[in-house]
Design a protein around this ligand. Structure first.
Ligand code: BTN
Length: 252
């Protein structure tokens, strides 16, 4: 880990402050450490390079120089079971930022928290939290956005802002993402999950199409007909029964 600074040129919304590292294992690990040590809401930990970036479901997030790696420390007054709702708002925030940074790009949200552009993955979100079943102590929202580099993903084709003809500046990407992040975070705190869910559905990848979902050893196929009020994916199976899937991976 290299010595942190107060960051680069990105302007952050009021109430946010930044600790920027050149190189860390994972910005989520650092953010968790700061949260455990008492850091207040709004700390943003960034790094130019991650040597052990983490993705969902134990995957590696390959993190070369040139992309955005940012983890937000939050202390929302919600029950731990609700924390996952914010992931949908963050996906919308990142999608909006991508469309501002790469003119003409159409960003879509892939369940639960991925962001696609041109059908390829451009960003991922990793939420981690600590608390009791009743109280959330902290929530760390980690965002990885391919800005200049397009590391290959094992499970889905990938793209980047640069590949889309967009702005290859990490600082500008952070500024845009943080601005939209703050908007959706505040809306969630004030109005709950419904507006996030609605905005996410308006950008949903493959809504109305047949999807295959992998869940541990099991696979399910059906028409993606919506999200339930908690954000679980609703599939309509071949026999017209509906099944609600709260975790898993969309493989097609
Ligand atoms: C995924 O799509 O599986 C989620 C990827 C999340 C990657 C980001 S990069 C910043 C933060 N630090 C990490 O180690 N992971 C998240």
């Amino acid at each position: 880990m290299t010595t942190p600074t107060n960051g680069g040129t990105a302007a952050l919304p009021a109430g946010y402050r930044r600790i920027a590292f050149d190189r860390v294992a994972s910005t989520n690990d650092e953010a968790r450490r700061f949260a455990e040590a008492g850091a207040g809401e709004g700390l943003v930990v960034t790094a130019a390079i991650q040597t052990a970036g983490r993705g969902r479901r134990g995957r590696t997030w390959v993190s070369p120089h040139g992309n955005l790696y940012a983890s937000f420390v939050l202390r929302p007054p919600v029950k731990p079971a609700q924390a996952g709702e914010l992931g949908f708002g963050i996906a919308v925030a990142v999608a909006e930022a991508i469309e501002q940074l790469a003119k003409g790009a159409l960003a879509r949200c892939k369940w639960p928290n991925d962001v696609l552009a041109g059908g390829k993955k451009i960003a991922g979100i990793l939420l981690e939290s600590r608390g009791t079943p009743e109280t959330l102590d902290w929530l760390v929202a980690g965002i990885g956005l391919n800005v200049a580099e397009t590391p290959e993903k094992a499970n889905w084709p990938a793209t980047s802002l640069a590949a889309l003809g967009g702005d290859p500046s990490v600082e500008r990407a952070l500024e845009m993402v943080a601005g939209r992040f703050d908007h959706w975070y505040r809306l969630w705190l004030g109005a709950g999950f419904a507006p996030l869910r609605e905005a996410w559905l308006a950008r949903a990848h493959a809504l109305g199409e047949t999807l295959r979902i992998k869940r541990n050893g099991d696979e399910r196929e059906g028409k993606f007909v919506g999200l339930d009020p908690s954000g679980a994916l609703v599939l309509q199976l071949a026999d017209s029964r509906r099944e609600t899937i709260s975790y898993g991976e969309v493989v097609e």
